[in-house]
Design a protein around this ligand. Structure first.
Ligand SMILES: [Zn+2]
Length: 414
């Protein structure tokens, strides 16, 4: 056998290992015979691949299948204790670090607020401390650390693992991959927050087995993960999905300046700040509302959480503010629905804390502005991870890489 054939064999074996592991990830539990049927590989090849996945600690036995017509067979499943995974979300005014097992079950979580005006250095220093704590927790649970997945706002150079530009943070050309991998000595994966969240929804969340869906991340910024034909669509330079900077408003009164330098962007009309701006306008004209008394009673400034509380008590002004924001959000989503004809649109990120108030208006707006043949078929829902959708996305970046390259695990993990 010459060396080229050896390489081919090794590549083929890695592909087959990944194929078996991904079938187990898609299903709850499978026997070796079922895996052979699903993969088209012969039974002895499957047995050998399964043995290697056992050696890597990625799968485990889970009982006997005695319901079929054949003889009882041992069932196999993904091993949740294959290792711990650390996720980091760099928000505009917060950071979240999450530790989960290999199946995304939460073991530890910490969120801290940060001041975007202070620049990247203190924020990154804080995240390094939090990640160190997550790794400590992981080792105390007797789990190896499989890697770190980072989700960040803005455009990301995936090859160089560099944050190119995040308008809402005013960060440019930050080599996040180098910073985190040098400090941690761990495999590090980085992606834009909406893209990462889309991967998370497909792996663990509301889009399992869904081939065409759009994840809409909504917070200070608004971005989309376009998951089309079973993979993320990245565009020519990898920057696709910056929907928040698509123009939504042509009325000069609505053309608020955006951090990107333009006016009238979608995100200025439907982000967290737009909600506070609408509330301030209502208070200025002294509409009858419990918002002001609530602020006084709680000695609190105007905030989304406070408006949520007012809406919960039936305050019409708060409810109208969420409806108007949902209508603006729906206007943008209607365009996405018309262009991409997705099966689902999933809303997550910080603004999904008030998702239950936004969703009815979003649906109405999409119904009004998208073609009925398309909008009738689309399911518009909230992420089950809500405000943590992107940090779960960070977890998913690591898990996804192991599912695609299982043999790398023994070479890289600490
Ligand atoms: Zn913009």
């Amino acid at each position: 056998m010459n060396s080229l054939t050896n390489i081919d064999q090794s590549v083929l074996r890695d592909l087959n290992l990944s194929l078996v592991l991904r079938h187990l990830q898609d299903s709850k539990a499978l026997s070796r015979a079922q895996l052979a049927l699903l993969t088209g590989l012969n039974k002895s090849t499957v047995s050998s691949l399964v043995e290697e996945l056992f050696q890597l600690g990625l799968i485990r036995e889970t009982g006997i299948n005695s319901n079929g017509t054949g003889r009882p067979a041992t069932l196999l499943e993904i091993n949740p204790l294959a290792g711990g995974v650390v996720g980091l979300e760099l928000g505009v005014d917060f950071v979240t670090v999450l530790l989960t097992d290999f199946l995304g079950n939460v073991l530890w979580r910490c969120q801290k607020t940060v001041d975007p005006a202070e620049g990247e250095k203190p924020t990154i220093a804080l995240t390094l401390d939090l990640i160190d704590e997550a790794i400590k927790q992981c080792k105390e649970s007797n789990l190896r650390v499989l890697g770190l997945g980072v989700s960040t706002p803005g455009t990301v150079d995936l090859k160089e693992k560099v944050l190119v530009f995040a308008p809402n943070l005013h960060w440019r050309n930050i080599p996040l991959g180098r910073i985190y991998s040098q400090h941690l000595g761990l495999p590090v994966f980085i992606d834009n927050d909406a893209n990462a969240a889309a991967v998370g929804e497909h792996l663990f969340g509301m889009a399992r087995q869904v081939s065409n869906f759009i994840f809409v991340f909504a917070g200070v910024g608004i971005g989309a993960g376009l998951f089309l034909n079973n993979e993320l669509y990245r565009g020519n330079n990898g920057f696709a999905g910056e929907i928040g900077h698509s123009p939504l408003a042509w009325n000069p009164a609505l053309q608020i300046p955006c951090h990107c330098g333009n006016r009238g962007c979608w995100e200025t009309n439907a982000n967290q700040y737009s909600i506070l701006r609408r509330a301030e306008a209502c208070l200025e004209v002294k509409r009858n509302t419990i918002i002001t008394p609530l602020m006084e009673r709680k000695n609190s400034p105007l905030s989304i959480a406070l408006l949520e509380e007012a809406a919960g008590e039936g305050d019409q002004v708060a409810l109208d503010i969420f409806t108007e924001t949902g209508e603006a959000m729906g206007l943008g989503i209607a365009s996405l629905v018309n262009i991409f004809n997705p099966e689902k649109v999933i809303l997550g990120g910080p603004l999904s804390i008030v998702g239950d108030y936004l969703l009815p208006a979003i649906k109405m707006s999409v119904k009004k502005h998208a073609l009925p043949e398309i909008s009738d078929q689309v399911d518009i829902i909230l992420s089950s991870f809500r405000i943590d959708a992107s940090v779960f996305g960070g977890i998913a970046l690591v898990v996804n890489n192991i599912l695609l390259n299982p043999s790398q695990i023994s070479k890289e993990v600490v």
